[in-house]
Design a binder for this molecule. Structure first.
Ligand code: ARG
Length: 589
């Protein structure tokens, strides 16, 4: 469906042309003086300059031409040359009705769907998910759903950190603790692999930090771990077998945790999957004259004219022949290009990795790993801070596990649900899981992703204000009205919206009518916070209408049907939006 503003502009564009001015002056925008009008057209101001005429004269001519246009109930030229507008009730009612009957609520699929790989999540095996993993998961999942909603072919890839030094460290620590393991026996062959992993997830999560701490003090330990990593990457069967165990145990646990976050990946590929592409890739870079040796390492120059800061060369191989973070990211692009030939690859990663991605993207383009036309996008996000403005920590200053963080916010919601309400513990617990997740996700997504924000449980979990629970509360309220209505009546009398809407009803319709424009804007700018801001406004408009209107008490059946159709549409928009934002609404709250 066309967007409301475009439809409204059409009439004015025609009028401007008929009065002898250029079409472009006919743009209608949302009013910045809602006390005076709903929309405005300021084209006469700009046309005045071009045509050397008084703006008020031009505005007057256009207004004259617009007389009888039934999209508007008020078209007024005001000094010095603005045109103030109010849309007619029948026009907005019919626009909203069309939306309500449209499968996509007035939104349109991209004419040329893109293939987009979204690289998000980025957890590392053998390490528990912590608060640092919250943002990439939440934001990435939403972008994936948003692109899909617009019809793109989207592939979400978790891009596991499963190949580097951590694995070498774990192997070394295991050797110290359990030297008797078959994997450390002389002459180990693959068929000696045991089905059972020699550790649980809990052990693994303790082994890694211990080994990591040790490596900082004990140089020999570190060297051995480095050697392990090198051997693992070069085909040591015993280490490969151990690595597979680490991977299995970790991934099972990670999947459960992401599921709790309502986050789902299409691909569970990792850095290790890129390894098979590395040698050929680097050789080609050398043969093509892009990579050269510098202090023993292989590097590609990526600085460009006009750089405002120094962009150091991208190292593609260390002097000992080992791969680096940039190597795996480049080789992963080789694999993605081969498998999907994507139009765009979007990386949802902490904004502190800016330099890394600048180097990787430039290298990929320069060396021809991806064609010039492929968009490589880095969506660096800001830090989640505590109330002290510093990166969020546990009370004793440690890194908080993600499951504890989720637990805390669900507990806060649970308390709110129990406050002054008669609900069973069981039900309150269940509801608090759903609402808690919404509180957390909305609290995050309602901020512009690139900015830091403060994690504030009390604010996020509040049922009032710009919060996830408030949005859910609105949905639940609508559902309960609809249930009451359908319990007493079989169906609505008509599919129409009311053509003589009251003030709050019209304001709600005007809010509803923005949906397709908001979706397109959020999509084009990859900006979930714009969708959040919109559903907050929409919820406010609904609640105002609700407080001023007796929906169930309305005796005029046609009018009542109009109310029901309108709030049904509000519900659909809110439900579609929270689906995109990655959370659900409960039945009751
Ligand atoms: N595992 C990485 C980290 O913990 C994040 C990976 C992000 N994705 C990527 N393609 N580099 O920092």
């Amino acid at each position: 469906m066309k967007k409301l503003l475009d439809l409204l502009s059409e009439g004015f564009e025609k009028a401007f042309v008929e009065c002898g001015y250029e079409e472009k002056y006919g743009k209608v925008t949302i009013s910045n003086r809602p006390d005076l009008c709903e929309f405005q057209c300021n084209g006469a101001m700009a046309a005045a300059k071009a045509y050397k005429k008084a703006p008020f004269v031009i505005a007057g001519e256009v207004v004259e031409k617009m007389q009888g246009n039934d999209a508007f109930e008020e078209i007024t030229a005001v000094n010095p040359g603005f045109i103030n507008l109010k849309v007619s009730k029948s026009f907005i009612a019919s626009f909203v009705k069309d939306m309500s009957l449209d499968e996509l609520l007035g939104c349109e699929l991209n004419e040329n769907p893109k293939t987009i790989v979204v690289d998000y999540g980025g957890p590392n095996v053998a390490k528990p998910l912590h608060v640092g993993h919250l943002r990439p998961a939440i934001i990435g999942e939403t972008l994936k759903r948003l692109y899909r909603f617009k019809g793109d072919n989207v592939i979400g890839d978790v891009h596991l950190g499963d190949w580097g030094m951590p694995i070498g460290l774990i192997i070394e620590e295991l050797r110290t603790r359990k030297p008797e393991l078959v994997y450390f026996a002389e002459g180990f062959t693959e068929d000696m692999t045991e089905t059972e992993a020699p550790f649980t997830i809990a052990e693994l999560e303790e082994i890694y930090p211990t080994a990591s701490a040790k490596s900082k003090e004990d140089e020999e330990f570190r060297n051995r771990a480095e050697q392990n990593t090198f051997e693992l990457q070069n085909g040591n069967v015993a280490y490969r077998a151990l690595w597979k165990h680490i991977l299995n145990v970790s991934v099972t646990d990670l999947k459960e945790n992401y599921k709790k976050l309502n986050v789902e990946f299409d691909l569970w590929k990792g850095e290790s999957d890129a390894y098979e592409f590395v040698d050929e890739m680097v050789e080609k870079m050398i043969a093509d004259g892009f990579a050269y040796e510098s202090q023993g390492a292989m590097v590609v120059d990526v600085s460009e004219e006009g750089d405002t800061k120094e962009i150091p060369p991208c190292i593609v191989k260390k002097s000992n022949g080992a791969s680096l973070y940039s190597t795996t990211d480049l080789a992963t692009l080789v694999q993605r290009e081969r498998d999907y030939h994507p139009d765009e690859v979007v990386y949802v990663v902490d904004k502190r990795q800016d330099m890394h991605f600048t180097q990787v993207f430039r290298t990929a383009k320069k060396t021809g790993i991806v064609p010039e036309s492929t968009k490589l996008t880095y969506r660096g996000f800001g830090t989640m801070n505590g109330k002290d403005g510093k990166p969020f920590k546990t009370r004793d200053g440690g890194v908080m596990r993600l499951e504890n963080l989720i637990g805390n916010i669900c507990d806060a919601v649970y308390e709110k649900i129990k406050e002054g309400r008669e609900v069973s513990d069981d039900e309150a617990r269940k509801t608090s899981q759903i609402v808690g997740l919404a509180a957390l996700k909305y609290g995050d997504l309602s901020n512009q992703a690139s900015k830091d924000y403060i994690f504030d449980i009390d604010r996020f979990a509040s049922f009032e204000g710009n919060t996830g629970p408030y949005i859910l509360y609105t949905i639940v309220r609508i559902k309960s009205i609809l249930n009451k209505f359908y319990d007493s009546k079989m169906d609505v009398a008509t599919q129409d919206m009311n053509k003589d809407a009251g003030e709050a009803e019209k304001a709600l319709m005007l809010e509803v009518a923005k949906f397709n424009a908001v979706i397109d804007n959020a999509y084009e700018e990859s900006a979930p916070h714009k969708l959040c801001a919109y559903i907050y406004d929409l919820s406010n408009a609904f609640n105002k209408f609700y407080h001023e209107t007796s929906i169930m008490g309305e005796e005029d059946e046609i009018k009542q049907s109009g109310y029901i159709n309108l709030i049904n549409t509000v519900k659909s928009i809110l439900e579609t939006s929270i689906y995109i934002l990655g959370f659900d609404a409960p039945e009751k709250m």
